[in-house]
Ligand binder design. Structure first.
Ligand code: NAD
Length: 435
C-alpha cells in the first residue's frame, strides 16, 4: 500500500519504518530540514532500541523515504497519516494548530484529485478532532476521501516492539471503506489475541485519553500511597507485590517513584481535564492526579533538603539519569529537570550522567550543570548521588568504587533501585520512595 506519514518524530518515524518493514511504500514528510538531512544520510534521529536496523533495511531498499514535499507525497499515497505534535496549550487543552494547518494544506492539494484517500489522525487529539478534519476537507471540496482516527499506544523505549506486536490497534471512522483499508493495512500486526478494535471517531479519540489517564492514575495512586507508607512505616514495594498478585489489579504500572513525565501523560491528562470541564462534565479524579504528580517532585526535593538541614548552598550532587524513563533520549517533562532546577535554585551544583539523553538535556539545562560520559566520573567529591532514571546500568553498580569517590555516602533514589538491607550493609545513607 502507498502511505504518507506527515510528521517524522517519535511516532511518525516508528510508524513509517514499521509499515515499510511489512512491505508498504512509505514517504515520511517533515518540515524540519535538519531532521530530513540526517534521515536521508543514514542517521536515525531518535534513540529507540531496534529502530536503527529496521530503518536502515527499508531506507536502503527504497521502501522508506524522507521529504519536505507534502504535495507530491500526498498525491502519490492512498493512506495519509497525521503524526503531528499536539502540545499542551496555556489553558491545558491540546494545541491543534499543527494538525489543522496541515489538514488545510492537504485540502488545497487534494481539491482537484479524483483518487480515493484516507486521512488518518494518529496524533493524540481531543474528541471532535476527526469531525473538524472532515469539515475542513469537505469545505475545501476534496472530492473523494474519508477520515479515520487511529490513536497510537506505543511506549518510548519499546516503540518498535509495541508497533510490530501491539496489544491492540484502535481505529475509528464513520466510513466502512476507510475501516476496510485500515483492516488490510494492520493485518500483519494483529491477531485474535491482539485485535484490531473498530469504533466511531469519538470513541476512538477518547480511548487514547482514557488509557493514558488511567495509567497516570495508577502510577499516582502508588506515589500517594508511598507517602503514606513513609509516615506509617509500611513498605510500598511489599504492598505492590501483595496488590499486584491480584489479577484484577495487575502487576504493571504499580512502581512508586518521582512521578510520571514524558511527552504524553502530563499533557494528555491536562487535555482530558480541559475537554471534560468545557463539556461541563469534570473528570475531577484526573485533576487530583495532576496535582499529586506535580507535588511528588517537590516531595522528593524536600527529602534532599531535609537531609542537609534545609541548606543546600554550596552542596554538590551527582545525578544518574536525566531522561524521563530508561531506553529513551526524550527529555520532555522529565522529572529530573524540575528537581535539578530546584537544586540549582537552592545554590547547589550538579554533575550529571545519562547514557543517551545528555544532548537533549542541554536544551533544558544548558551548561548550568556539568555532563559526564561515565556514571562513576560524575561522583568525585559529591555530597550525595541523586537517581532519576532506572537505566539498567544503574541497577548493579560497584558500590565500593562509588564510596571511594563520593565525599559523603548518601543516595537519594527516585526509582527504588536497591534493596534497603543491601544499602545498609554497604554503609550508605539511603533514601528511596515509600520504604
Ligand atoms: P514529535 O514532536 O517527536 O514529532 C512531530 C514531528 O512533526 C516533528 O518532527 C516536527 O518537525 C513535525 N512537524 C511539525 N509540524 C509539521 C508540519 N507542518 N509539516 C511536517 N512536519 C511537521 O512528536 P511525537 O512524540 O511523535 O508525537 C506526535 C503525536 O503522537 C502527538 O500528538 C503525541 O501526543 C502522540 N503520541 C506520542 C507518543 C510518544 O511516545 N511520543 C505516543 C503516542 C502518541
Amino acid at each position: 500500500m502507498k502511505i504518507a506519514v506527515i510528521g517524522t518524530g517519535y511516532v511518525g518515524l516508528v510508524t513509517g519504518t514499521c509499515f515499510a518493514e511489512v512491505g508498504n511504500d512509505v514517504i515520511c514528510i517533515d518540515n524540519d530540514q535538519e531532521k530530513l538531512r540526517k534521515l536521508n544520510n543514514n542517521q536515525v534521529t531518535i534513540y529507540e532500541p531496534g529502530l536503527e536496523v529496521v530503518y536502515a533495511r527499508n531506507f536502503r531498499n527504497g521502501r522508506l523515504s524522507f521529504t519536505d514535499d507534502l504535495a507530491s507525497a500526498v498525491l502519490k499515497s492512498e493512506i495519509i497519516f497525521l503524526c503531528l505534535p499536539t502540545p499542551q496549550d496555556e489553558d491545558g487543552s491540546a494545541d491543534l494548530t499543527h494538525v489543522m494547518k496541515v489538514t488545510d494544506r492537504i485540502g488545497d492539494i487534494l481539491r482537484e484529485n479524483k483518487e480515493y484517500k484516507v486521512i488518518i489522525n494518529k496524533s493524540t487529539a481531543p474528541v471532535g478532532t476527526c469531525e473538524k478534519i472532515k469539515a475542513i476537507l469537505t469545505e475545501k471540496q476534496v472530492p473523494n476521501f474519508d477520515v479515520a482516527s487511529n490513536p497510537e499506544f506505543l511506549r518510548e523505549g519499546f516503540a518498535v516492539e509495541d508497533f510490530m506486536k501491539p496489544d491492540r490497534v484502535v481505529v475509528g471512522s464513520d466510513s466502512e471503506k476507510a475501516l476496510a483499508v485500515l483492516r488490510e493495512l494492520y493485518e500483519p500486526f494483529v491477531s485474535d489475541v491482539n485485535p484490531l478494535i473498530e469504533m466511531d471517531y469519538k470513541s476512538s479519540e477518547v480511548t487514547k485519553y482514557a488509557s493514558n489517564g488511567f495509567l497516570a492514575t495508577k502510577i499516582t495512586f502508588m506515589n500517594d500511597l508511598a507517602r503514606f507508607c513513609e509516615k506509617s512505616g509500611a513498605n510500598i514495594d511489599l504492598i505492590r507485590m501483595g496488590m499486584g498478585a491480584d489479577n484484577r489489579i495487575g502487576k504493571r504500572f504499580l512502581l512508586a517513584g518521582i512521578g510520571y513525565g514524558g511527552s504524553c501523560f502530563p499533557k494528555d491528562v491536562n487535555a482530558l481535564i480541559k475537554t471534560a470541564d468545557d463539556m461541563d462534565s469534570p473528570l475531577s479524579i484526573l485533576a487530583e492526579v495532576d496535582k499529586i504528580n506535580k507535588s511528588q517532585r517537590k516531595h522528593f526535593f524536600n527529602k534532599i533538603k531535609d537531609h542537609f538541614g534545609g541548606d543546600l548552598s554550596g552542596k554538590t550532587f551527582a545525578v544518574w539519569g536525566l531522561a524521563f524513563k530508561p531506553d529513551t533520549d526524550d527529555m520532555r517533562e522529565a522529572p529530573s529537570v524540575t528537581v535539578i532546577e530546584m537544586l540549582l535554585e537552592a545554590g547547589a551544583s550538579v554533575r550529571a550522567y545519562d547514557p543517551v539523553a545528555s544532548e537533549n538535556a542541554r536544551f533544558y539545562l544548558q551548561e548550568r550543570i556539568t555532563y559526564f560520559n561515565d556514571k562513576y566520573e560524575a561522583l568525585p567529591d559529591v555530597d550525595a548521588l541523586v537517581i532519576f532514571t532506572e537505566w539498567g546500568e544503574f541497577k548493579k553498580p560497584d558500590f565500593a568504587n562509588m564510596k571511594s569517590k563520593m565525599a559523603q555516602h548518601t543516595i537519594f533514589d527516585g526509582r527504588n533501585l536497591y534493596e534497603l538491607k543491601e544499602m545498609e550493609a554497604e554503609g550508605f545513607n539511603y533514601y528511596s520512595i515509600g520504604r
